[in-house]
Design a protein around this ligand. Structure first.
Ligand code: UDP
Length: 238
């Protein structure tokens, strides 16, 4: 049996990198890198990754504490790049070739975002890690993940989460009685105003019929399971 997916876009929230704290936890990043090796090098799936930055800064939170929103958002985007470099480092220790491409140019540490070149890297078996969000304030890395998935022709958007294993009708961390969805339509996701991803990302996925799977990263092996087509987490589709 062949692989269910040839090319995937994996979104990793910043929270994952910090293991719930501020900064980067090398043990966590190392374990994510081992899972990426399992899908990219061992299974031969083409893997692009969009990295969040909430473990460093979120523009909305800095704004509440008195900063200008756009400058705070740039800090958020720069935070994602540190996560990218940590992930690149541990992937390469696993023998996985990677390229980081950033939406804000910083030639000493990464390539600029060039979609055609990113596709070429993927074809050669390199993992491409996208940093610095969209390069534009007022966006989120969830929305960037949907946009990048569409632009590079990924078949599915895999939303890896820390501390939650799918989409629930309320936050299971604060509502223990919350119910998990196995499947959900884009419209119902939007109508319920669920906070696990931002509405711009969901509506972009809806408009271009990009399937999304929300799943937890706390279980070891969950990235491989979702890429193998196992029914874990929550699938969001038309
Ligand atoms: N950000 C932005 N534009 C983008 C992507 C991200 O301004 O295109 C900023 C925004 O302030 C956001 C922060 O970067 O709060 C970190 O990204 P995000 O919150 O999406 O990360 P995650 O929640 O996935 O850790």
């Amino acid at each position: 049996m062949g692989e269910p997916y040839k090319r995937v876009l994996l979104k990793l929230s910043g929270e994952v990198f910090g293991g719930g704290r501020v900064g980067v936890d090398p043990d966590v990043v190392s374990s994510i890198a081992k899972q990426i090796k399992a899908i990219a090098a061992d299974r031969g799936v083409q893997v692009a990754i969009v990295v969040g930055g909430g473990n460093f800064f979120r523009g909305a939170e800095l704004q509440q504490r008195g900063m200008e929103r756009d400058r705070a958002d740039y800090m958020g985007m720069l935070g994602t790049v540190m996560n990218c470099l940590a992930l690149q480092d541990f992937c390469e220790k696993e023998g996985v070739q990677t390229r980081v491409q950033t939406a804000i140019t910083m030639g000493q540490v990464a390539e600029p975002y060039i979609p055609r070149r990113a596709e070429r890297h993927l074809e050669k078996g390199r993992v491409v890690i996208f940093g610095a969000g969209s390069g534009m304030p007022y966006f989120s890395t969830d929305t960037v993940a949907a946009q990048r998935a569409l632009e590079i022709g990924a078949e599915v958007l895999l939303m890896g989460k820390q501390g939650v294993d799918g989409v629930y009708d309320a936050d299971p961390r604060t509502h223990p009685e919350a119910k998990k969805f196995d499947e959900l339509s884009y419209d119902e996701f939007l109508a319920r105003d669920l906070k696990v991803a931002d509405a711009t990302a969901i509506s972009m996925a809806r408009d271009y019929k990009l399937p999304m799977i929300f799943f937890g990263l706390d279980e070891p092996g969950s990235i491989e399971a979702v890429v193998a087509g196992e029914k874990i987490g929550t699938t969001v589709h038309a």
